[in-house]
Design a protein around this ligand. Structure first.
Ligand SMILES: NC(=O)c1ccc[n+]([C@@H]2O[C@H](COP(=O)([O-])OP(=O)(O)OC[C@H]3O[C@@H](n4cnc5c(N)ncnc54)[C@H](OP(=O)(O)O)[C@@H]3O)[C@@H](O)[C@H]2O)c1
Length: 225
């Protein structure tokens, strides 16, 4: 299975990349980013690309792909709606269109987030724009398009967020993770489990196209001891 991965340098992307590299069914991972992922592995190839609104220069990288795991994204904090929309919606749709053109039988998995609002005129900016991205992807004729809506994600295996605010937050919450998992099991998962769930969906599909935290966590199988 050939995986096209976006956001491999980020918190979720690092976790997803780890699971892809460990999975015997994955033969190749092509990580597209504005800089290299920072990881090295025989199965991994970094493609550094600048213009996320035009992938024509790297179109061949989108060929022969079985699944695109799209973990690129930003926090909306301090951003204008136009800037947030450009990264969250326009970049995503641009990548999805190129994938459809080059690999029409691919599966597309998109990380949106808990609270994403599919209503076109929802009142919260980030939730509305993420919802528009979900709607655009769900309307495209992929073999499968799946929207992942995690809530709290515990980074494991040395994974760190690219976002300073989140790094500070995780420094505080990480020691509380076992408590959080017990108290709020429906809203807590890990980078490892998000990656595993993505690979399950890439291989077998899922009964739901929009997966909330508990749905995707259940797909990841029994917890690792
Ligand atoms: N972390 C959570 O707990 C959580 C929960 C629910 C949903 N989410 C969503 O999941 C997505 C990823 O979150 P994360 O925590 O993994 O974020 P992160 O650690 O900040 O990583 C973001 C990734 O997106 C890339 N990226 C950001 N802006 C870009 C741009 N303008 N051009 C190209 N690449 C860009 C980053 O690349 P660079 O390394 O080049 O900056 C990095 O690979 C986001 O959409 C977030 O809303 C996260």
């Amino acid at each position: 299975m050939k995986i096209l991965l976006f956001g491999a340098s980020g918190m979720i992307g690092q976790g997803v990349l780890r699971e892809c590299l460990l999975d015997a069914d994955v033969s190749a991972v092509v990580a597209v980013g504005r800089k290299a992922s920072g990881a090295e592995h025989a199965k991994l190839r970094d493609v550094v690309h600048r213009d996320f609104l035009d992938f024509s220069a790297v179109a061949t990288e989108f060929a022969g792909v079985d699944a695109c795991l799209y973990c690129l994204g930003v926090s909306s904090a301090g951003m204008s709606e136009a800037d947030y929309r450009r990264i969250t919606l326009d970049f995503t749709v641009s990548a999805a269109k190129m994938l459809l053109a080059q690999s029409p039988r691919a599966v597309f998995v998109f990380v949106s987030g808990a609270g994403t609002d599919p209503a076109p005129r929802g009142s919260t900016m980030w939730a509305r724009v993420k919802g528009q991205a979900e709607n655009a992807l769900l309307a495209m004729p992929f073999r499968g398009a799946y929207m992942f809506r995690p809530a709290y994600i515990q980074p494991l295996h040395g994974v760190v967020s690219r976002t300073r605010l989140y790094r500070a937050l995780y420094a505080v919450t990480s020691p509380l993770y076992p408590l959080l998992k017990r108290a709020l099991p429906k809203y807590v998962t890990t980078t490892e489990r998000v990656g595993r769930a993505m690979l399950v969906v890439a291989k077998q599909g899922a009964t739901k196209r929009v997966l909330e935290s508990a749905d995707l966590d259940a797909l990841a199988g029994p917890p690792t001891p």
